[in-house]
Design a protein around this ligand. Structure first.
Ligand code: PLP
Length: 399
């Protein structure tokens, strides 16, 4: 008899975005001529930077030529991309990484889910509520106990330190879904907590490129001691329109260790490398050339232009929502707006009313955790005219 992993039965049946997609599909089926604007799903709308398109075309040509063809690449990624990351994303911030500390992947979602392979399922896990659902679901799949750290208006969306020892803590800044950031002092409290309690922080910086204010930390390694307690994840998805191309990376410092049940310290870099070599065969050469191209001066210009466009959407939407009387977090250093909705409606009721009365798709906050009820998330990834039109329509829905 084959036994299943029963932890899967503890997961909610539908993934948040499938629920949203099903409701939108049903609405469109009944109203085929309706022009529905989606401010819900976190996918980008602007195409790839031209530098990446050109680099990928060139890479395809190389792959089609006997002399320059490449087969399997290194599981950890090609040196050209790893070097570009170290030189551009870390060195200017005073962070010195070695090439073997950076692992290229097919995106941060895979790494978020897969990183758990190297940790015992008895570890206690902490994460914010609301939270990017992948952290919660992937830990539930292997039966770990999760402690949620509520983030709401009362604490200005800054989670309090746990009142007990947690083994693994997920932090995501700039945050999905609240769009908020941590100051250096706030992030330092987490690093100090982790060092004191021998905890590990998994720091998701998928939206790092959206940080606008100069004093906000871009990497957890800007904080002293973080290389002893933190793994950092990054993604090219929202930085450079790679949602469909798939590329990200994970930093596992050499000096980072965790314990066996007998107290022996083991290198996490070694374990992650072992895991990747066994279960992953590398990100495609073509993709990695496309990612490398964004680090050229022209690439940086193109990437910044698109991020500037999305951040302008965020500002326009935030101003409109505040004019309508909503309290709005985020949107300053992140492409997400986290909007407090009236107490009289739940976040799914608000979703339904916006879909039916304004043909605007929002993401119900409840989908990100219990503390998300009472809020909705809007994304700034749309076309500017759609964002403005959606705001005009939302204004007419009286709650
Ligand atoms: N981490 C966070 C917080 C995200 O919001 C997302 C995507 O929405 C990801 C990771 C996944 O990124 P990728 O497209 O690189 O898998």
């Amino acid at each position: 008899m084959t036994l299943i992993n029963e932890n899967f039965l503890n997961l909610t049946n539908n993934y948040l975005f499938s629920d949203v997609a099903n409701k939108v599909k049903a609405y469109k089926a009944c109203h085929p001529s309706a022009e529905v604007i989606s401010l819900g799903i976190g996918d980008v709308t602007q195409p790839l930077p031209l530098v990446s398109v050109d680099a990928m075309k060139q890479a395809v040509e190389e792959m089609g030529c006997p002399k320059t063809f490449r087969g399997y690449g290194p599981e950890q990624g090609y040196d050209f991309l790893i070097d570009a990351i170290i030189r551009n994303d870390y060195l200017p911030r005073g962070i010195k990484l070695k090439p073997n500390e950076v692992f290229i992947s097919d995106g941060a979602k895979s790494d978020c889910g897969n990183i758990g392979d190297i940790f015992d399922s008895c570890n206690s896990v902490g994460m914010t509520d609301p939270v990017y659902p992948v952290y919660a679901d992937s830990n539930m799949m292997c039966g770990r106990t999760i402690t949620y750290l509520p983030c709401n208006i009362a604490n200005d969306f800054v989670p309090s330190l746990p009142d007990k020892k947690l083994d693994i803590i997920y932090l995501c800044y700039p945050n999905n879904p609240t769009g908020t950031v941590l100051t250096k002092a706030e992030l330092k409290r987490w690093v100090d907590y982790a060092l004191l309690n021998d905890s590990l922080i998994i720091y998701d910086g998928a939206y790092e490129a959206y940080i606008q204010e100069p004093q906000i930390p871009h990497s957890i390694y800007e904080i002293d001691g973080a290389t002893l307690c933190a793994i950092e994840l990054r993604s090219f998805s929202k930085t450079a329109g790679f949602t469909g191309v798939r590329c990200g990376y994970t930093v596992v410092p050499e000096e980072l260790t965790a314990s066996t049940r007998h107290g022996e310290r083991i290198s996490l870099n070694h374990l992650w490398n072992r895991r990747q070599c066994t279960k992953f065969n590398g990100t495609s050469y073509i993709t990695q050339r496309g990612a490398e191209a964004i680090y050229t001066p022209e690439g940086q210009k193109q990437v910044k232009q698109v991020i500037g466009y999305y951040m302008q959407n965020a500002r326009l939407m935030k101003d409109s929502l505040i004019d309508m009387g909503y309290r709005v977090a985020g949107g300053e250093n992140a492409p997400y707006l986290w909007v407090k909705i009236p107490d009289s409606v739940s976040s799914w009721q608000f979703f339904d009313r916006m879909l039916n009365e304004a043909q605007v798709v929002v993401t119900p906050g409840l989908g990100f955790g219990a503390s998300g009820d009472g809020y909705i998330r809007l994304t700034a990834f749309g076309q500017q005219e759609d964002c403005l039109k959606a705001m005009r329509r939302m204004k007419h829905v009286k709650m």
